[in-house]
Design a binder for this molecule. Structure first.
Ligand code: THU
Length: 145
């Protein structure tokens, strides 16, 4: 089980705080996330739902995109922590895994925790084996008309 060092403790504090601001009246499933840059800056996010359900944004993507908006280089984020209240550490959804694999560092770590002792952790190859990635989009020939 992953040990909670000072970085993970800080990330958990920030994720717990963000989960407290979650807008999740439909699912009643608040989620907080926090990610740290190589420079030590922490960015937090929570899930924000909408009455038009498909517009919901997950906590993980909110934290990751906040980091990018502050100038953090995509592909450099080292650790992302997910927090859900209760006694179960939840797995991130597939959409967030796809975004993580583009924005997190290749050797980055994703950790999930809760109020209890349960913790889960994934490396990139664990959270998204065989990803769809940007290299297949490079050097494409122009479309034929
Ligand atoms: N949710 C997240 O914020 N992160 C995940 O990885 C899974 C799901 C949110 C979306 C929605 O607001 C609620 O949890 C239930 O799906």
């Amino acid at each position: 089980m992953v040990q909670f060092d000072d970085t993970l403790k800080t990330l958990k504090e920030r994720a717990v705080r963000a989960a407290g601001f979650s807008h999740s009246p439909y699912s009643r499933f608040p989620v907080g996330a926090a990610v740290i840059s190589a420079a030590g800056q922490v960015y937090a996010g929570c899930n924000v739902e909408n009455a038009s359900f498909g517009l919901t944004q997950c906590a993980e993507r909110a934290a990751l995109t906040a980091a990018v908006a502050d100038g953090v280089l995509p592909g450099s984020l080292q650790t992302l922590l997910i927090y859900t209240p209760g006694n179960q550490a939840h797995a991130p959804c597939g959409a967030c895994r796809q975004v993580m694999q583009e924005l997190m560092a290749p050797d980055g770590l994703v950790v999930s925790c809760c109020d209890g002792d349960e913790r889960r952790a994934w490396s990139r190859s664990d959270y998204l084996p065989d990803p769809f990635s940007a290299d297949v989009l490079l050097n494409r020939p122009p479309p034929k008309r």
